[in-house]
Ligand binder design. Structure first.
Ligand SMILES: [Zn+2]
Length: 164
């Protein structure tokens, strides 16, 4: 989490895009011109927008009114820790979930056991996305093997003829 301004903080959204935190509200990038970036509130039901300069150093147009309360700061911190854990879980697929959680939650003061369980679940869900779907029929197994063992791979697996 890099601080750009006293008021303007950036974060990474669940989809890996840059977002800004402004006056307790989260904004995601809407569109960008050569001189400015337009942001919209992360709450899909809210129409609040704001504008910054291209370097995200200054707010060039203050946000319009939100139709919902501010984000709770604890929730924001937890989200931040959760996204860091999820990124790490994918970048280091063999690292133990407990280790990732321990490292990432060190800087977070108010972590509870419940939060840790919920982060662990997020890690498992994120890693499950990297895995192929469970085969439903025999032919699926061969399709998976073809994807995961390209021809130039040095690995080999002994399989039955798929047509038998
Ligand atoms: Zn809003």
């Amino acid at each position: 989490m890099a601080s750009v301004d006293l008021e303007l903080t950036t974060f990474v959204t669940r989809k890996g895009a840059t977002g800004i935190l402004l006056q307790g509200f989260k904004f995601r990038k809407d569109h960008q011109t050569s001189v400015s970036i337009n942001w919209r509130c992360c709450n899909p039901k809210c129409k609040a927008r704001c504008k910054t300069d291209i370097e995200m150093k200054q707010i060039t147009s203050q946000p319009s009114e939100h139709n919902h309360p501010k984000c709770d700061s604890r929730e924001l911190d937890l989200n931040d820790v959760r996204s860091a854990c999820k990124r790490k879980a994918v970048d280091q697929p063999t690292a133990r979930a407990s280790k990732i959680i321990c490292t990432e939650t060190k800087r977070f003061q108010n972590i509870t056991i419940k939060d840790m369980h919920s982060i662990a679940n997020s890690i498992y869900r994120e890693r499950a996305k990297l895995m192929p779907n469970l085969p439903k029929e025999r032919a699926d197994i061969f399709r998976v093997l073809e994807t995961y063992l390209p021809e130039e791979s040095n690995l080999s697996v002994l399989v039955n003829d798929p047509d038998i």
